[in-house]
Design a protein around this ligand. Structure first.
Ligand code: 13P
Ligand code: ZN
Length: 271
């Protein structure tokens, strides 16, 4: 059996958490990540028959029975994942009842998975239904994106169009736009259901005055989506209070998308 601390999936999680912490997105225990790991990868490092303990997941996820996820712990700080992955992360498998997580590694101090597990697992189900290669759901509190949700209309067309207009790469990176939820209580099944509903159409879902969810086939895709939204929001906050002299028109955005062969959400532009 190989040493799990050397596993690429642990190392990817460590560097994602450190990068996000250093970007200032994950204060204290802010943010959480779940990473779907194929059974054959897990089996290289762990005896999959050895369950440390079982933890109820508070909802029914029959679609995920037998699937393995590496998940950040609740109350754990992203800045500490690098130095002590075994305390701050856990590797779980969804049991055959669809309602229980079997802990195979991690949460060494008796801890458990993030309080946002419903939003994560429900989002995995939603993304897998439209993209079988999706493996990562990432939640974080990027400063500028969060600030923008205080001052901008939360209407999805308006929010997406503003972000697309902030710099050339936005419509190329997230041509489907961004899904937006109003402010809601977090950490429960209700926000999980609402997030997952948006995830059927978007890889990015904003939680107003809280944070963002990104989805992707790997860490880079999920991280890159969030990073690009955050760059757009940063730019917006720098110029929104000035008279706007130059902007990318709807026609130019359409030409840009055509030039890059991008199939964007047409109803978000007025052509
Ligand atoms: P957890 O510590 O439970 O992961 O919660 C952090 C967070 O960002 C809640 O939305
Ligand atoms: Zn949060």
């Amino acid at each position: 059996m190989k040493n799990i601390l050397e596993a690429p999936f642990i190392k990817e999680m460590q560097s994602a958490c450190s990068n996000m912490y250093r970007l200032g997105w994950d204060e204290r225990n802010g943010g959480n990540i779940s990473y779907l790991i194929p059974e054959e990868d897990v089996a290289e490092y762990l005896d999959t028959g050895k369950v440390i303990r079982e933890i109820p997941i508070s909802f029914y996820a029959p679609e995920l029975i037998g699937k393995y996820f590496l998940v950040t712990g609740t109350g754990k700080y992203f800045k500490n994942v690098e130095g002590d992955p075994e305390t701050n992360l856990g590797l779980i498998r969804i049991a055959s009842d669809g309602r229980t997580a079997q802990l195979l590694w991690g949460y060494r101090d008796g801890g458990k998975f993030t309080s946002e597990l419903p939003a994560h697992l429900m989002s995995h189900i939603a993304r897998l239904s439209v993209d079988p290669n999706n493996r990562v759901i990432m939640h974080t509190h990027p400063t500028n994106t969060l600030a923008m949700t205080h001052i901008h209309s939360l209407e999805e067309k308006a929010f997406s169009r503003t972000l697309w207009g902030t710099c050339t790469e936005c419509i190329i990176v997230f041509p489907e736009g961004v899904g937006v939820l109003p402010w809601m209580i977090c950490g429960n099944n209700e926000i999980g259901v609402a997030t997952a509903e948006k995830m059927k159409e978007y890889r990015i879902v904003l939680w107003a005055i809280h944070g963002i969810y990104g989805a992707g086939k790997d860490m880079d895709e999920a991280f890159g989506l969030i990073e690009t939204v955050e760059k757009g929001a940063d730019l917006y906050l720098r110029y929104a209070h000035f008279p706007i002299v130059n902007r990318i028109s709807d026609k130019q955005l359409d030409e840009l998308a055509t030039a890059f062969g991008i199939n964007y959400r047409k109803e978000f532009l007025d052509l």
